[in-house]
Design a protein around this ligand. Sequence first.
Ligand code: GLU
Length: 308
Amino acid sequence: MPELQALLDLLYRKHKPARGGTLASYIPELAKADPNRFALASCGVDGSRAGAGDLNARFTLQSVSKPFVFGLALAAHGRKRVREEVGVEPTGESFHSVIRLDADRKRPYNPMINPGAIAMAGLIPGGTPARRQTALLKGLSVFAGRPLSINDKVFRSERSTGHRNRAIAHLMRHFGSIPGEIEHTLDLYFKQCATAVDCRDLALMGATLANGGVNPVTGKRALPARFVRDLLTLMFTCGLYTYAGEWAYTVGLPAKSGVSGAILAVVPGKMGVAAFSPRVDAHGNSVRGLKALREFSARRNLHVFEAR
Ligand code: GLU
């Protein structure tokens, strides 16, 4: 798709000079990222690829892992069981908000904020920590079409400083969720966040969702088709932290961002498109990534509610 390549080249050149935002530093290892990195990549449901910028730069998924692990939990346990642990209401709050659990059922509001995401990590099956880690990495790797691994430095950095997530997990245990050893589930959550990808991997993960759960390059099914809409709905309503409503209104695509500077958007039935640039704004979203994807959607008329 040559015109897509030309558009990504253009958006790369146009938004590269943007200097706003800062590196996330509450996970010390993330503050060591090269702030100038910038990459854009797309992958169609026919497997066609385009990309511009630092396509070989690796980064960690951070919160972009959340919809995928929600998917792994759904595939393992079904919708009914998963919905016992987590709601589907947007909160309009930041990703690490501790305080609000669903007033009636004491469940986290949704799987895109940390309490819900930690509950989903708690549902990854396997019995032992090692088997659960294997299930996590295997599951994510089918989306990416290659064996993914964990950035151990980022994992250790978050594990040794993740007091807020630890507090969230213990509060949830107080209300009866997260069975088993809490530290094991927290480790798994920190590992899903520390899973390393590049921008092309991320675009292919999105293309797999756009393609009904089948990886368009390998032909392997990553997610039962019936759960794809669950992920895309939550990405649409809750994917960009406290900017989710603004994003849905202006860009109009299911998407998920992470504090590493990654953003993944999905054009259902068409493609995945990913951006990576580590400087994030006050909401926690990549500054260049937002600008580039906003323009990508507008130029190609991709808002899902656009009258066509
Ligand atoms: N590992 C990060 C945390 O739990 C993920 C945050 C994010 O990307 O939003 O704090």
